[in-house]
Design a protein around this ligand. Structure first.
Ligand code: ADP
Ligand code: MG
Length: 377
């Protein structure tokens, strides 16, 4: 009689533990189903439902660590007597762990003070958390990609518009230039008239430069590719600006490894990109600073980064930098075409350009170019 009572008690105990486990997993599933919660909120929620599934819910505390960030139950204390951990593995990489702990001494069981089933449960929870994080991150990547596509789409539309305008302007500009040159050749031109014609000429040459830049932005001028070494181009670009850096109190650090593979590219277009980026960096450091230029070999590609310790940009400005004519500079100092042109040229080379910036800290431009011959995008 007594032994069957004992068995009954054991069965009841097991059943209760199973119910607690299932409630915990159900709680996690419910939290995961809430699509409008951020990853932080999800982990804060999950950590709270864990202790209830353990043998002594009143005493158990829990924490989840992901990428160095901790999510704790309110009773979590660092000095615990017993802990149980399961790693959170995402895409084969350990990104953190789930931990349940008892701050006080507990009677020994299967594995310290923990039940065998609790070992299985914490492993399941860690796997669930990994799946949830993976899904959320995939979701976030999708949103980011869509935003990038929209941005690329917008730029392409602006590019088409710019190319149309540029072509329309090219012809009348050619006429203005041609006729002004004819007038300039007239003998006995009054001094004032000659000065005026000179101004017409220089202004229309400037306008033609802008038209050319617009065509470059919209990739209407295809690159004349040859084999080039990025390091040489960077050095050439720097040569043009070294004096200006020195006189502005800017220290230049260059890291140009000698094993950089050659790429198929248009040297004059790429030089134009570097000069644009370096001039931007110089202009962002009116009180001096450090300009760091780095090239690096990757698999099938080369990288170039240009970093400055200048004024930086806020999120709003960053969103607009590749839009033609966006400038924060005074007339004469900027046209707002440097970065759009750089974008057009790099895209025509099958590469990419990204800009990161922090107000007051500085800006870094990252360029990626393929080493293999690529058809222009
Ligand atoms: P421009 O230099 O003629 O203004 P760009 O297309 O080169 O045109 O740059 C657009 C704008 O982006 C600049 O006016 C400036 O506000 C911002 N910008 C570009 N590069 C940097 C940088 N290195 N640091 C801070 N702001 C920058
Ligand atoms: Mg510029």
């Amino acid at each position: 009689m007594e032994s069957s009572g004992c068995l009954n008690e054991r069965a009841q105990f097991d059943l209760l533990e199973r119910v607690k486990e299932l409630s915990c997993l159900y709680g996690i599933a419910r939290i995961a189903a809430e699509t409008n919660l951020s990853i932080d909120m999800v982990l804060d929620g999950i950590v709270e439902v864990l202790p209830a599934a353990w043998l002594d819910p009143g005493l158990a505390c829990a924490r989840i660590v992901l990428d160095g960030r901790s999510y704790l139950t309110s009773n979590y204390t660092r000095r615990v007597k017993h802990r149980q951990r399961a790693p959170i593995v995402i895409d084969g990489r350990k990104r953190g762990y789930v931990e349940v702990a008892y701050p006080e001494e507990k009677p020994g069981r299967d594995e310290g003070p923990f039940l065998k089933e609790e070992r299985a449960l914490i492993d399941t929870v860690a796997r669930e958390v990994a799946v949830i994080i993976m899904r959320r991150e995939a979701e976030q990547d999708k949103v980011k990609l869509e935003e990038q596509l929209r941005h690329a789409d917008r730029l392409a539309t602006i590019g088409q518009l710019a190319a149309g305008v540029a072509h329309e302007l090219n012809e009348p500009l050619g006429h203005i230039l041609g006729f002004a040159q004819l007038v300039q050749k007239c003998p006995d031109l009054p001094v004032q008239a000659k000065a005026d014609v000179d101004r017409i000429l220089s202004t229309s040459l400037y306008a033609r430069e802008i038209v050319k830049k617009l065509l470059m932005f919209s990739r209407q001028i295809s690159p004349q590719k040859t084999k080039v070494n990025l390091n040489h181009l960077v050095r050439n670009g720097l040569n043009l600006l070294e004096f200006r850096c020195a006189s502005d109190g800017i220290t230049v650090h260059c890291f140009l490894p000698s094993d950089l593979p050659e790429i198929d590219a248009d040297p004059s277009q790429l030089t134009q990109v570097f000069v644009n980026l370096i001039v931007n960096a110089i202009q962002a450091m009116p009180a001096g600073g450090t300009l760091t230029i780095r090239t690096l070999k990757g698999r099938g590609k080369v990288f170039l980064t240009i970093g400055d310790t200048g004024v930086g940009m806020d999120e709003e400005a960053l969103q607009k930098i590749f839009t033609p004519f966006f400038t924060t500079k005074d007339v004469g100092l900027g046209t707002g075409l440097g970065l759009p042109v750089a974008h057009g040229i790099i895209a025509a080379h099958g590469g990419s350009i990204k800009v990161e910036s922090k107000v007051g800290k500085g800006t870094t431009c990252r360029i990626q170019l393929p080493t293999k011959r690529n058809r222009p995008l």
